[in-house]
Design a protein around this ligand. Sequence first.
Ligand code: C6P
Length: 417
Amino acid sequence: MTDLSVANTANQPALDVEAIRRDFPILSQQVNGKPLVYLDNGASAQKPVAVLDAMDRYYREMHSNVHRGAHTLGDRATSAFEGARETVRGFLNAASTREIIWTRGTTEAINLVANGLAPRLQSGDEILVTQMEHHANIVPWQMVAERTGAKVIPIPVTPAGELELDSFHSLLNERTKVLAVAHVSNVLGTVNPIAALINEAKKRGIITLVDGAQAVPHYQPDVQALDCDFYAFSSHKMFGPTGIGVLYGKSHLLEEMPPYQGGGEMIERVSFERTTWNTLPYKFEAGTPAIAEAVGLGAAIDYLGSLDRKAMEAAESALLIRANDLVESVPGMEIIGTATDKVPVISFKIAGLHPSDIGTLLDQQGIAIRTGHHCAMPLMDFYGVPGTARASFAFYNTLNEVEQLFTALQKIQRLFA
Ligand code: C6P
């Protein structure tokens, strides 16, 4: 392949994409007789050797249960596990590890918060979300709304896929109790102006939750600078293992919230008369946690920290620019989501072709994308489509791969549209 290095600016070093790709063994295989072109990073990203090795080493040298303190392996496992929590704290710039709760992923993190805020909600209260949310940031709120009589209200989006900020302002009122919004849309790639939204919400004492699932593969959020109350993300989209994610929450809110699940680890003392809860963060971590996965996520964050962030962002934006430039080369192709501030994700349709056929035909060329409603049905309804095809890029993708995608799309369009 040629043209793997993407220059930044004249003053900045380029990201060495060729070297980076060697860190991701899965990328160098053939799929359906063609070199794999993996453009489904929004669904789940691939894992560097650093993550695979950290998990392998954990199981070979340290595994035991955590927080039992009875023997050396238990101590090793606990210190690796709690070390990973400290790594996540540093990544988010949270004030304390008490504010870092391990969850199974973004979905569980949002369910935990929705459940925990239920005692604060009553009939007529309003929970603001956006029209572009993933179901994970809609359905948990609908469930808590059903229990409490609160209402879930969507902030509309513009045809370009940006939030209608005037509508946001006019929807805010004294009944608004929660603002739950995606940092980055999984379908549109739109980067929402969350700092400004949180700022407006704070003025009115509204609790804020940011769904960071699609943001953390591209950015490093600073939860103290943002001043959000909650920030949720999944490890597997940011080059870490599956099965683990993070809920950041301000300690005063986490203290006040009831536990999400009951069992071992989350208690201080149990009796049949009265059970009391453990301190933060353990109050929200019932049962044996995903220890190796936490270690793997810590390694993913360290790996990302070893890369030049600015060069990475420049490389990703070069991928998006190249993709946008090539759209005209495919007759009938239309991008859904043309926000000014976007991560490298393109959702698209091609006249005369069903998105799932596009996906299948690309797969035959070794190119992996996602098709369907992307767990964002209200957004599909807004655009009047049953689904889209979506190519989502990561820093290890190359300009050459973007071109291969469009060459394949041209061919598919010519033969089947
Ligand atoms: N989006 C996609 O292909 P989990 O499944 O808990 O790791 O993440 C859920 C989730 C929440 N919010 C956003 C913005 C997301 O994009 C996702 C997952 C994947 O777009 C799978 S549907």
